[in-house]
Design a protein around this ligand. Structure first.
Ligand code: ZN
Length: 488
């Protein structure tokens, strides 16, 4: 049984906030059995006390504990302790003095391997960018090696900037999965259908032929969450979108699809389905919990009602949308008011051009104040929730990740606030959304395992990955020059 003791919550308008709440599940130290998942990479001794920082819990009450502690046992958080609570004896301590201790951030939409195409083609409209630059380059370049090293490169960037879970939509699922597992990051990825010959499979049918085996193989993996994806209704035949969805439904897995991103896609999607985009998704049962509607910009009031009724979530990618010149913003304020789960995404590095969710939070908060002409729109705490619990709900992983509550997987990020740019500290959410950068992250745990320590990745050889990135650059340049010459 759990119990909670609430004590003084003192707050001055916009000022320092103490909200103390003792969170224990059962007896102090044995609340949760340590991870029993196969292949768990938690420390052998299994216990770690992250002590002395400001713990931002992201529970319903918005608890923030100054001088608090998080007890990790195996792959789980077993207790969150306030400053005055006695600490368990004999547990190794990670000193978090001067740090914010937050749930790992959740990137709900992206194409990880595209970090190898970062900065290749910028400042173009979406359809020109896709059809004349990205798709032809991908057709020539993307192979298992490209996907492995590109996904590894992105995983390093994300871990070092505080992202512990990302949803990915790309090709060569086994190689992408291998990279995510090697990096030690939590990832949602798997079969991805698109209505033209993709680098990995010649058709959606070929993509799906053996897809159940992938889903089966990863279903109990500690950090790899199998999911299915269809690129969009405007690139993929409706029956193939449906087939990919059915795979996700069968495995109770997330399903990702680009939705209402650009005005020009609406006519194509309507031609292919005979319905509006959201209406078409509703007609095949796609608007269920765990479906990630990436972008969701061009939505009507009826669309919002449909999404709310179905339980699907929205991945909001403000920097990608801004960079591609989409002339309106996703109706995030309305989506949240309708109770729809909303998370943040970076989209691929080629359209952002970084994978730093701190940067994305800052942009999201400011974009909606601008478009609503209202400085009270999307307050910092709301935006921080989008990047944590919101994202967890979008991916239907909210029972596992998204907050620092007992029983959750230990996906934990520490930021050093003792530096110019973050000192002094009055309000944690203000700092997290408006001031912090990914480079302020010092230490990261995923599934109870320390994967970044003092800004260094511990799981893979970062120097080797950087070397590979430059090798790929040479190949990309060569192919792009040839594609351009052939197009002339
Ligand atoms: Zn995308």
């Amino acid at each position: 049984m759990s119990h909670a003791v609430t004590h003084t919550a003192a707050r001055a308008g916009g000022g320092l906030r103490f909200a103390g709440r003792l969170l224990l599940a059962g007896p102090l130290l044995s609340a949760c059995s340590a991870g029993s998942d196969a292949g768990n990479a938690a420390p052998e001794d299994g216990r770690l006390l992250i002590d002395g920082g400001t713990v931002v819990v992201v529970d319903e009450a918005g608890t923030v504990l100054e001088g608090g502690a998080v007890l990790v046992e195996g792959d789980r958080i077993s207790a969150v302790l306030e400053a005055a609570t006695p600490r368990p004896a004999g547990v190794p301590v990670l000193d978090a003095t001067g740090h914010l201790v937050i749930p790992g951030l959740i990137n709900t939409h992206g194409h990880a391997a595209m970090s190898l195409l970062r900065g290749l083609a910028d400042d173009l409209p979406l359809m020109t960018w896709l059809n004349e630059h990205i798709f032809p380059a991908e057709a020539e370049l993307v192979d298992p090696e490209f996907v492995y090293w590109g996904t590894l490169l992105s995983s390093i960037e994300m871990l070092k900037s505080g992202t512990t879970t990302f949803a990915d939509m790309y090709y060569f699922r086994d190689d992408a999965a291998r990279a995510a597992v090697d990096a030690g990051i939590r990832a949602v990825m798997g079969p991805h259908v698109i209505g033209f010959p993709a680098p990995d499979f010649a058709s959606p049918a070929a993509t799906l032929a053996d897809a159940a085996e992938y889903m089966e193989r990863h279903r109990d993996h500690p950090t790899l969450v199998p999911g299915a994806a269809a690129h969009s209704l405007y690139t993929t035949p409706f029956e193939d979108v449906r087939a990919a969805l059915e795979l996700a439904v069968e495995y109770d897995a997330p399903f990702q699809i680009h939705t209402a991103e650009d005005a020009s896609e609406l006519a194509t999607a309507t031609e292919l389905t005979g319905m509006g985009v959201v209406e078409a998704l509703e007609s095949i049962g796609a608007l269920r919990p765990g479906t990630v509607l990436a972008h969701s910009i061009y939505l009507s009031d009826e669309d919002i009602e449909r999404i709310a009724a179905g339980g699907a979530g929205v991945s909001h990618n403000p920097q990608s949308n801004l960079k591609l010149g989409i002339p309106r913003a996703a109706p995030v304020v309305e989506l949240l008011a309708a109770g729809i789960p909303v998370g943040l995404g970076t989209d691929g590095a080629a359209s952002n051009n970084d994978l730093d969710l701190f940067d994305e939070m800052d942009t999201a908060a400011k974009l909606h104040k601008f478009t609503n002409a209202d400085p009270t729109a999307l307050p910092a705490e709301t935006v921080f929730r989008m990047a944590t619990m919101g994202g967890a709900r979008v991916l239907n992983l909210h029972d596992r990740v998204g907050s620092l509550e007992p029983g959750k997987r230990a996906d934990i990020v520490l930021l050093d606030t003792r530096r110019a740019g973050l000192a002094p500290l009055y309000n944690v959410y203000s700092h997290l959304v408006y001031a912090a950068r990914g480079s302020d992250v010092s230490t990261v745990l995923v599934n109870g395992r320390v994967v970044v320590r003092d800004g260094r990745v511990l799981t893979v050889d970062e120097a080797e990955v950087m070397k590979r990135a430059y090798t790929f650059r040479d190949r990309v340049r060569e192919v792009v020059a040839r594609v351009a010459a052939e197009a002339r």
